[in-house]
Design a protein around this ligand. Structure first.
Ligand code: SAM
Length: 283
C-alpha cells in the first residue's frame, strides 16, 4: 500500500471525528485555518481574523483578475470564495473530504460564486486530472502539513503551474528534534501523529525552502508570522483546557485532538513556527 494511501485514511479519520466536525463548524463556521491579528484585535473575533489571513494570501498571490488558481486542500471553500470575491480569481479547490466538498459547492452556489469557484475530490499527491501549465497560481492554507510525500506534491504543483506561476503556502515548520526538551518533543509528536501531519513532523525550520528550491521554484520570501496567529491559539488553549483534561483522565486523548493541540502548542511555542512561503515556478 503506498504511503500516501495510509496517510489519506488517517487524514479522513482526523477530520471525520465529532470534535473536528463540531469545532470547525461552530467555532470557525467551516473555515479551517488560523486568523491574522494586529495589536488591539480581540482574540475572540475569529471570523474577521480568518478573513484577514486570507487577504494576506490574496496579496502575496498578486495575480490579475481572472487568473486561474489551484486551492490545494480547500476544505469547505471559505478561502476559495474570498479569493474569488475579493481578488476576482478563478479558483479550483481540491480536497479528499467529500462532505467538505459538498458543503463548499452549496456555499458557493448560495453566495453567487459558483461561476468562479469549482470543487473536485482529488489528492494533491496526484494532480493528473489537470494539464501541465494550467494554473497561474496555487496555494495551500494549512494543508501541506498532511502530505505523506511532500516532494511528490511539490512536483505536481510545479507541473500544473505555468512558468512564472506563483505558489503561496501558509504552513508550520518545527524545531529540530534534538533541540527540544522531552515534554515539547512528546507534545509535537502527539499533535502530528493524532492530527495526521507527517510533513509537519518531518520538516524542520528551513527544510521547505530547500524542497521548493529542489522542485525548481524560486523562493521569494519566507515570513515567520507566528506572532500574528498566537491570539487565536491562546483562545483555543483556553477553550480546550477542560475537554483535554477530561479526555486525559479518561485515557481518551484521541477523542480531543484539537483541544490537546490548542493546549500543548500554546504551552510549547518553542517547538514550532507558522510561516508564509512565497515562491515562483522557474521558467
Ligand atoms: C486545516 S484544513 C484547511 C482547509 C482550508 N484550506 C481552510 O483553510 O479552510 C486541511 C485540509 O487539507 C485537506 N487535505 C489533507 N490532505 C490532503 C490531500 N492529500 N489532498 C487534498 N487535500 C488534502 C484536508 O482534507 C482538509 O480539508
Amino acid at each position: 500500500m503506498p504511503e500516501s494511501d495510509a496517510n489519506i485514511r488517517a487524514v479522513l479519520r482526523y477530520y471525520d471525528r465529532t470534535e473536528s466536525r463540531l469545532g470547525y463548524l461552530y467555532l470557525l463556521r467551516g473555515t479551517k485555518h488560523f486568523g491574522w491579528y494586529e495589536a488591539g484585535d480581540s482574540r475572540w473575533r475569529f471570523s474577521p481574523a480568518t478573513r484577514r489571513m486570507e487577504h494576506q494570501l490574496g496579496r502575496r498571490l498578486g495575480l490579475d483578475a481572472g487568473s486561474r488558481v489551484l486551492d490545494a486542500g480547500c476544505g469547505m471553500g471559505e478561502v476559495a470564495r474570498t479569493m474569488a470575491a475579493d481578488f476576482h480569481l478563478d479558483v479550483t479547490g481540491i480536497d479528499i473530504l467529500d462532505f467538505n466538498l459538498d458543503e463548499a459547492r452549496r456555499r458557493s452556489e448560495k453566495s453567487g460564486l459558483a461561476g468562479r469557484t469549482r470543487f473536485a475530490e482529488c489528492d494533491y499527491h496526484d494532480l493528473s486530472r489537470f494539464e501541465d501549465g494550467l494554473f497561474d497560481g496555487a496555494y495551500t492554507m494549512e494543508t501541506f502539513v498532511h502530505a505523506a510525500e511532500p516532494e511528490r506534491v511539490l512536483a505536481e504543483f510545479h507541473r500544473v503551474l505555468r512558468p512564472g506561476g506563483r505558489l503561496v503556502m501558509f504552513e508550520y515548520s518545527r524545531t529540530p528534534q534534538e533541540r527540544l526538551e522531552p515534554a515539547a518533543r512528546a507534545a509535537l509528536d502527539a499533535v502530528c501523529e493524532l492530527g495526521a501531519m507527517p510533513s509537519w513532523h518531518r520538516l524542520n525550520h528551513g527544510d521547505l525552502e530547500s524542497l521548493l528550491d529542489s522542485a525548481s521554484f524560486k523562493v521569494e520570501s519566507v515570513e515567520d508570522v507566528t506572532a500574528r496567529m498566537l491570539p487565536m491559539l491562546r483562545a483555543f488553549a483556553v477553550i480546550g483546557r477542560v475537554p483535554y483534561t477530561i479526555a486525559r483522565l479518561l485515557g481518551k486523548t484521541e477523542k480531543a485532538v484539537n483541544a490537546m493541540s490548542g493546549v500543548e502548542m500554546w504551552k510549547h511555542q518553542e517547538a514550532w513556527r507558522y510561516n508564509i512561503y512565497t515562491a515562483v515556478k522557474k521558467a
